[in-house]
Ligand binder design. Structure first.
Ligand code: SF4
Length: 477
């Protein structure tokens, strides 16, 4: 499945990530930067008024839309088709790819340009198009970098190449694209621009994702910063937009609210540099709009969440604010999740779309601190959904692992039997002594091993709370 990144088991990927100090430092500083920009544009911005009211409005819009999804999808597809557009409802990723391959075949397409789109990553569209002889060109700078680097995979839903620094990008461009310049961002960008200019001109088909579709007019809205989406949608005669079936709003008024929430939460801007709204049906002599416009509306597992406790996960507007505050993402980065959707929303969404067998361990990639829920501009209760997933995962497996069950049972007996608890507390300093160095435990035994391999655990002292309390009660200290 194209949503999947890598073949290693989850905990092996986590181990790899924890050994990569460079990546972890890069993630930490990127998270701090992105979170700070978001706070400046939301809670700290007096101009926007009460941010909590904006969040409530966003939550209400998304809830109302999802509760009436069939109605608004009908309205969207009717309005899109009435203006001459072609609508295709794809039940699976394979259905969507087949439809798009067919359009490419009919057009005898050789070159396809794409703007950034996680949903096309999700369905593996590039590979499907290459199978029918198309050259697919990513035109978003971050996606272009990943494509030049032998189709490296995204590590962040808004900034897909977050795991690379400018020196690495320079080296990639040098070894794989004939670049001869320095690591200066302006030089690197100018090089990418020069490479992409001709690509835009020769494209037969342009493909985009969809930030939001507007049901009342049958329009597509794209929020971007680089202008490449405008090039993708204005040069080729044929345009295809792929949207997750939940990514729509009833009217332009709701779009206004959600674009504000998205721009401010995702990139800390009052509004992105471009907000491009596209509706099929152009004048015959219009030269900068597609003559043929296809809208592929994708289910691919989304309907699994409808009518369940996970329905609100479909409210997501893909801003990555939850990713940018997650302490687990900070430590393990994006690739460790093994899904193109990372961080808290990835840990909630991936099991819904791809099942527990593939992604059942992801909900454990959370400290349940709820920072994600607090950051979410449409108030998705992410930490609660992570707990629900854990419950379902254990229930689906039939029974917890034998070792886990045994240790929890032993802990339960120990913790609920005062005499055993006291023996354990008193014996702990002696038992753990061989592992203590400079007042803390490193490389501890048994279940402590993974924890203490990367962090220090305070060594238990001779005094414990019970003895301290006893002494105080007697009034001796
Ligand atoms: S879950 Fe909320 S915070 Fe996370 S990406 Fe989606 S909308 Fe943004």
């Amino acid at each position: 499945m194209a949503m999947k990144i890598g073949e290693k088991p989850f905990f092996d990927r986590v181990d790899d990530a924890l050994e990569n100090d460079f990546m972890r430092n890069a993630m930490a500083s990127a998270q701090d930067r992105l979170r700070d920009k978001k706070l400046d544009a939301t809670e700290r911005d007096d101009e926007i008024g009460d941010w909590e009211e904006w969040r409530s409005a966003g939550e209400e819009i998304r809830r109302h839309t999802l509760e009436n999804l069939d109605y608004y999808l009908d309205q969207l597809s009717e309005n899109f088709a009435a203006k001459g557009g072609h609508v295709y409802f794809a039940k699976t990723a394979e259905d969507a790819n087949r439809y798009i391959q067919e359009v490419a075949r009919k057009k005898d397409a050789k070159h396809v340009t794409k703007s950034k789109s996680m949903v096309t990553e999700e369905i593996g569209l590039n590979e499907a198009l290459e199978d029918v002889g198309c050259h697919v060109h990513e035109t978003d700078l971050a996606e272009y970098i990943l494509q030049v680097d032998d189709t490296d995979r995204p590590s962040h839903i808004v900034v897909p190449s977050l795991h690379k620094n400018k020196e690495q990008i320079r080296d990639t461009f040098k070894s794989k694209a004939g670049y001869t310049g320095t690591e200066e961002p302006s030089e690197l960008t100018a090089f990418a621009r020069s490479q992409l200019r001709d690509v835009f001109l020769e494209a037969d088909i342009g493909i985009t994702g969809c930030n939001f579709a507007v049901a009342e007019s049958g329009s597509i809205s794209l929020a971007t910063n680089e202008g490449n989406a405008n090039m993708v949608t204005s040069y080729p005669d044929t345009q295809i937009t792929v949207m997750g079936m939940e990514r729509l709003v009833p009217t332009w008024d709701e779009l206004d609210v959600l674009i504000n929430l998205l721009s401010r939460s995702a990139v800390g801007q009052k509004i992105t540099t471009y907000v491009t709204n596209l509706t099929p049906g152009v004048e015959e002599d219009c030269v900068d709009a597609p003559k043929e416009f296809h809208l592929v509306i994708l289910d691919a597992g989304r309907s699994n969440a409808l009518g369940t406790e996970f329905q609100s996960a479909l409210h997501c507007i893909r801003c990555a604010a939850c990713v940018n505050v997650c302490p687990v993402y900070r430590q393990i980065g994006g690739h460790a999740y093994g899904s193109i959707y990372q961080g808290p929303i990835g840990a909630v969404l991936s099991p819904i779309l791809g099942g527990y067998e593939e992604y059942g361990e992801l909900p454990y990639a959370s400290s349940l601190c709820a920072a994600c829920t607090e950051a979410c501009p449409v108030k998705i209760p992410l930490h609660e959904q992570l707990i629900r997933h854990r419950e379902n995962y254990v229930a689906e497996q039939g029974k917890p692992k034998a070792g886990e069950k045994l240790s929890m049972k032993a802990f339960g007996i120990g913790a609920s039997t005062p005499s055993l608890f006291q023996i354990a507390v008193k014996g702990a300093p002696t038992f753990l002594k061989p592992f203590v160095k400079d007042g803390s435990i490193s490389n501890g035994p048994g279940p402590m091993k993974p924890w203490t391999a990367i962090r220090e655990f305070p060594a238990p002292g001779k005094d414990n709370f019970r003895s301290w309390f006893k002494e105080h009660k007697r009034g001796r200290k």
